[in-house]
Design a protein around this ligand. Structure first.
Ligand code: SAH
Ligand code: SF4
Ligand code: F3S
Length: 439
């Protein structure tokens, strides 16, 4: 074997991109690449991009600009763009940045090794939506030991077409992977040291994959099958849509001990008028009733959400309804964004809210979320919760891990190792973390 070639990969956007980047590193391992930490030493640079907001997409071009001098010094350097910007803009990327050799959309990653071999001789672009499970064909090299947590994509794409969102265009229609493949991958992760798996999908709770028994499996059914894997201690899933929160999934939150008490359930707005214009197909009231049912199944569940402020035609009254919904839910965390018009989406054509007004609303919303986040976290003090330790903390002898409810927890205990799952009594709460002692 010749000397290993060096791959630098930078990942933007959501957790699915993190998962995809891992798969691409493995697949390019077959072409003789090892991953390195800086673009300067690389023989190939790959940007795994996000198109969700304008800022995210524009970042890609400024990043590419920085690689111009590297390419001038090293003409053999291959530069590739993957992910959702690749899917949305395709050949346009090469028109804007001619030093890019390769553009590959999320549904074509199984072709990446072949494309890498062709790149350099000419430009290669693939943004097709083929009818196959790309992950089944993305076979990697020998598998190394892993940290205690991992992502596992079970579903991809979206058929919901919210009026603001590019995902249905960049990721395509909803596709669920067969349950048997997911279970195999989960067992393999556990063999490599993983104790917590987060199931990923753009609409993960809409999962309906082929079961090994020939039936159509729901996410809850998949979770119960994963529950049977020895050595797998924790299961999480993200991101869910309120309309796909099936009864069996709600129930599993009360009955499946490995399913963690944390749920990311974006609602985007608390105004029915805006929800309708967003094409969300649910109301604020139906969302609140759903939360009640989830809390009835698992009273201590921590909820998180996504919010968009300044959606076209959003008035102060609409915004007040969003704040009221947040007050009613009591979130443990939330992501909030100023609306960003995206080319090709219906809302981009509508009357936009004054940007200064949108900034002001975002600040007010974030102040409320920060307060709630702190209250939910503070309420953990005095409780005993499970903590999966991941890495050493800043102080000697200290370890940090994630609680069942996904809070960061610091514990001073020199004998702990990454991957240990222990009960911890929470003693204090700081702005972004808890501290406790082994119970
Ligand atoms: N599938 C998930 C999340 C998709 S994108 C869901 O259904 O909720 C993640 C978040 O980005 C969204 O929940 C939304 O809050 C935000 N987002 C999506 N498009 C946006 C846009 N055009 N402007 C601002 N925020 C946006
Ligand atoms: Fe985007 Fe809506 Fe689909 Fe979520 S459900 S990915 S916000 S279109
Ligand atoms: Fe971004 Fe694509 Fe994920 S647009 S949020 S990387 S699905």
């Amino acid at each position: 074997m010749g000397e290993a070639k060096k791959l630098y990969i930078k990942t933007y956007g959501c957790q699915m991109n993190v998962y995809d980047s891992e798969r691409m590193v493995e697949a390019l391992g077959g072409n003789g690449y090892v991953e390195v930490g800086s673009p300067e030493e690389a023989d190939m640079i790959l940007l795994n991009t996000c198109h969700i907001r304008e800022k995210a997409a524009e970042k890609v071009y400024s990043e590419l600009g920085r690689f111009k001098s590297l390419k001038a010094d090293k003409p053999d350097l291959k530069i590739g763009v993957a992910g959702c910007v690749a899917q949305a803009e395709g050949a346009e990327i090469i028109a804007r940045q001619p030093m890019v050799d390769l553009v590959v959309g999320p549904q074509s990653y199984h072709r990446l090794p072949e494309m890498e071999r062709q790149a350099g001789a000419g430009k290669v672009i693939d943004t097709d939506f083929p009818e196959e499970d790309k992950f089944a064909r993305l076979k990697g090299r020998a598998k190394a030991k892993r940290g205690p947590t991992a992502f596992l994509t079970v579903q991809e794409g979206c058929d919901k077409f919210c009026a603001f969102c590019v995902v249905p265009y960049t990721r395509g229609a909803e596709v669920s992977r067969p349950a048997a493949r997911i279970l195999d991958e989960a067992r393999e992760l556990v063999d490599r040291g993983v104790r917590e798996i987060t199931l990923l999908g753009q609409n993960v709770n809409a999962y309906h994959g082929a079961g090994p028994d020939g039936g159509d499996w729901s996410l809850a059914k998949l979770i119960w099958a994963l529950d049977g894997i020895d050595g797998l201690e924790r299961i999480r899933f993200t991101t869910s849509h309120p309309n796909d929160m099936g009864e069996d999934l709600i129930e599993a939150h009360g009955t499946c001990a490995k399913l963690m008490p944390y749920l990311h359930l974006p609602v985007q707005s608390g105004s029915d008028r805006i929800l309708k214009r967003m094409n969300r197909r649910h109301t604020a009231e139906s969302y609140l009733r759903l939360i009640e049912r989830i809390r009835a199944a698992r009273p201590d569940i921590v909820l998180s959400g996504d919010f968009i402020v300044g959606f076209p035609e959003e008035t102060e009254e609409d915004f007040a309804a969003t704040l009221a919904l947040i007050e009613a839910v009591r979130y443990g965390s939330a992501f909030s964004f100023k609306y960003s018009p995206r080319p090709g989406t219906p809302a981009a054509e509508r009357a936009q809210v004054d940007p200064a007004e949108a900034d002001d609303r975002l600040q007010r919303l974030q102040a409320l979320i920060t307060r709630q986040q702190r209250e939910v976290q503070d309420a953990m003090v005095g409780r005993t919760v499970g903590v999966l330790f991941e890495k050493p903390g800043r102080m000697p002898g200290q370890m940090v891990g994630k609680s069942d409810h996904l809070h960061s927890v610091f514990v001073s205990a020199p004998d702990l190792a990454p991957g240990d799952l222990r009960q911890v009594r929470i003693e204090s709460s700081a702005p972004n973390s808890l501290a406790g002692v082994l119970a």
